[in-house]
Write a protein that binds this ligand. Structure first.
Ligand code: GRF
Length: 189
């Protein structure tokens, strides 16, 4: 059985999707720890599923933040899953876990990634640029922001009357599916 360590910063709907897939037997894995960089609603999914939870405040001094992250990832971790983690992944972790950290992003990368591109800002930019499709991407994490090798994508049509909010609402369930499917594929390798 493979061990996933999941990093979150927000509502944790993607964490919940992974937990659900494990509970229903769709995903043969275990989450060994949830790590958050701020107090966030997503921690409740960890509590409800009895998963160890660690908060490492992003406002800590940088070297302390990095040291605590390194210490908190359990030794038996097979894959680190960034499921809405908003801090930049420190180089030290990327070097320690080569091709073992994946991230989920709510656009068709390489479009609409990079610094400041998160949450509704992504969908707002997609609409302002008149895109006819958007979607979500799972990619390996490298030292850039949203620049790592793309593993899988899911596409969603942008409708003429979409707002950033309605587009986000249609992409969210696609993210849940894409993340679980990608984990299934990666963990079978
Ligand atoms: C998702 O849109 C994901 O693509 C992005 O952050 C969001 C996390 O949502 N990286 P949630 O906290 O899993 O609900």
């Amino acid at each position: 059985m493979k061990n996933l360590c999941t990093f979150i910063s927000g509502g944790g709907s993607n964490l919940a999707a992974i937990i659900r897939a494990i509970q229903t037997g769709e995903l043969d894995a275990r989450i060994n720890r949830v790590i958050a960089d701020r107090d966030c609603a997503g921690k409740n999914h960890a509590f409800q599923a009895d998963i160890p939870f660690t908060l490492i405040d992003r406002k800590l001094e940088k070297t302390t933040f990095i040291a605590e992250l390194l210490d908190s990832v359990p030794a038996d971790t097979d894959l680190i899953v960034l499921a809405g983690f908003l801090s930049i992944m420190p180089r030290e972790l990327i070097e320690k876990y080569p091709r073992k950290i994946i991230n989920l992003h709510p656009s068709l990368l390489p479009k609409y990634g990079g610094a400041g591109m998160y949450g509704l800002r992504v969908h707002q930019a997609v609409i302002e640029n008149g895109e006819t499709e958007s979607g979500c991407t799972v990619h390996y994490v490298d030292n850039g922001i949203d620049t790592g090798e793309i593993i899988a994508q899911s596409r969603v049509a942008v409708q003429a009357d979409d707002s950033a909010e309605t587009l986000q609402q249609r992409i969210a369930p696609k993210e849940h599916e894409l993340l679980v499917q990608t984990l299934k594929t990666l963990l079978q390798r």
